[in-house]
Ligand binder design. Structure first.
Ligand SMILES: [Fe+2]
Ligand SMILES: [Fe+2]
Length: 155
């Protein structure tokens, strides 16, 4: 299904952004990558929590998805912390490190225990929206979510 390909592609983008952050040589590039990570992960979080997890509950069960949602909550807190610390290079690197650890383990679990089952049993009709519509709507939501995170970050 298209939407599963999209989610997996977004996981690989997150991996690539974390790797780029680890390899970045100067603070300006690191700050830029920190914003890109926040944007990419917020878009992904929006798609999964709004359209994927509610349907996935029926396929993989409440326990699994409650745990996934808790990890997304933790991820949102770390993204806000990361944005808040982006004028302090060491603090920012430490928050990105924490975020990378959480996201990598979440992604690996999701690709083994959620997405394959979801892909086998769910159709776009069950989700109620096409992949293109999901991306379009999620991009609008991301703008609002990012400004909320930025708001938290400047407190
Ligand atoms: Fe997820
Ligand atoms: Fe995901």
């Amino acid at each position: 299904m298209d939407v599963i390909d999209l989610l997996i592609q977004q996981h690989r983008e997150a991996d690539a952004l974390f790797e780029a952050f680890r390899n970045a040589q100067d603070d300006t590039s690191k700050k830029e990558l920190c914003i890109q990570l926040a944007e990419a992960l917020t878009l992904h979080d929006t798609i999964e929590t709004r359209w994927i997890y509610p349907v996935a509950r029926r396929v993989v069960g409440d326990d699994k998805i409650n745990h996934s949602e808790e990890e997304h909550g933790e991820m949102r807190r770390l993204i806000a912390d990361m944005l808040r610390s982006r004028n302090d290079a060491n603090a920012m690197a430490s928050k990105v490190g924490e975020l990378e650890k959480l996201v990598k383990s979440h992604i690996s679990d999701e690709e083994q225990n959620v997405l394959p089952q979801f892909g086998q049993k769910v159709t776009e009709k069950d989700i109620g929206m096409s992949c293109n519509d999901i991306v379009r709507t999620a991009s609008d939501v991301r703008r609002e979510e990012m400004s909320k995170l930025e708001g938290q970050a400047t407190l």
